[in-house]
Design a protein around this ligand. Structure first.
Ligand code: GLU
Length: 313
């Protein structure tokens, strides 16, 4: 968890019945241009509607964490004047809440303990649970699996329109707590989005498939799902996305203005030559005024040629 205090730039959180959005990075690396695009898009979506933009650090997977990444993410957002509302939420602080929600699902008969390996699960016939489901295993050395009985067919995305899932190979269960006792992303993200009152989940299109599992959890919690909006993922060539895992170049905070202009243009806005010479604050203020999500390419990925990627760092 980060130790740095970033309160000077934190906006006060006010009770709000309107739009509540969020940016929810995992500290598995520094922000790259693609993550800046997502942060900016979700920020503009919230701020153009006088809404709140919350920041949640999804630090529930310590083995995948990169030392210093959380502070680097907060610094990067601040350098680009992407100031969040309220305090930063850290998922690592919320184990009690996640355990309570798992208990709730268990009380509804929707979970079971499972000791299968990935390999064993891979050969379980379609639409069936593994044998662990009938064995009433103790929690020791077990994952907790959610019985994924009510598979959703698709959802309406606020940018992409109707998205239909390929439901042919959907497992009949998925982990909500892993064997190593770490909480699964699908559980934590839904619990937090509900608890934080998120009205629209605006994030990268690489998470479209995750939406299927998340919708099942909203259903299980008997809570209406928020709206969803998936921005195109930045790729350097078809299918080659910038990602923390493939060593995308970290955003250089010293070039905040240029980065913002690039991200704004990627999102379909056309700043004037004069504005391009303005301050970060001026550029953001303009972008909030003119923001129109329909100007964003309604695609799951977009090539950005200006952005280099180094496999060597
Ligand atoms: N923590 C996820 C990531 O960094 C994003 C989760 C979400 O926006 O739902 O990829």
């Amino acid at each position: 968890m980060a130790t740095a205090l970033h309160s000077p730039s934190t906006n006060r959180l006010t009770p709000n019945k309107g739009y509540v959005g969020r940016f929810a990075p995992s500290p598995s690396g520094h922000l790259h241009f693609g993550s800046l695009v997502t942060a900016l898009g979700s920020f503009l979506q919230a701020k153009s509607q006088n809404g709140q933009w919350l920041l949640r650090i999804e630090d529930i997977d310590p083995p995948r964490e990169v030392a210093g990444a959380t502070d680097s993410i907060l610094n990067c957002l601040e350098a680009h004047h992407l100031f969040w509302d309220g305090e930063v939420i850290y998922q690592s602080d919320r184990s009690e809440l996640y355990n309570q929600k798992i208990q709730y699902l268990a009380s509804q008969g929707l979970t079971y303990h499972c000791r299968c390996t990935r390999k064993q699960l891979a050969i379980v016939p379609q639409n069936q649970l593994c044998d662990c489901a009938d064995q009433n295993l103790s929690i020791a050395n077990s994952a907790i699996r959610f019985k994924h009985h009510d598979v959703q067919k698709g959802f309406n995305d606020n940018l992409l329109g109707r998205v239909n899932f390929n439901t042919q190979h959907i497992p009949a269960q998925f982990a909500i707590k892993r064997k190593d006792q770490l909480f699964a992303y699908q559980l934590a993200v839904v619990v937090d989005d509900i608890q934080q009152g998120i009205t629209e989940v605006a994030r990268g299109a690489d998470l479209i498939d995750a939406t299927l599992f998340q919708l099942a959890l909203y259903q299980a919690f008997d809570t209406p799902a928020p709206q969803f909006l998936h921005f195109p993922v930045v790729v350097t060539a078809p299918g080659k996305k910038l990602s923390k895992q493939n060593h995308a170049v970290p955003v250089n905070n010293l070039e905040a203005r240029e980065n913002l202009i690039n991200a704004i243009e990627f999102l379909g806005l056309s700043p004037s030559i004069q504005l391009k010479k303005g301050s970060v604050a001026d550029i953001l203020e303009w972008a909030i005024q003119v923001w129109n999500v329909n100007a964003v390419a309604a695609k799951t990925e977009c090539i950005d040629n200006r952005i280099g990627q180094s496999d060597s760092i």
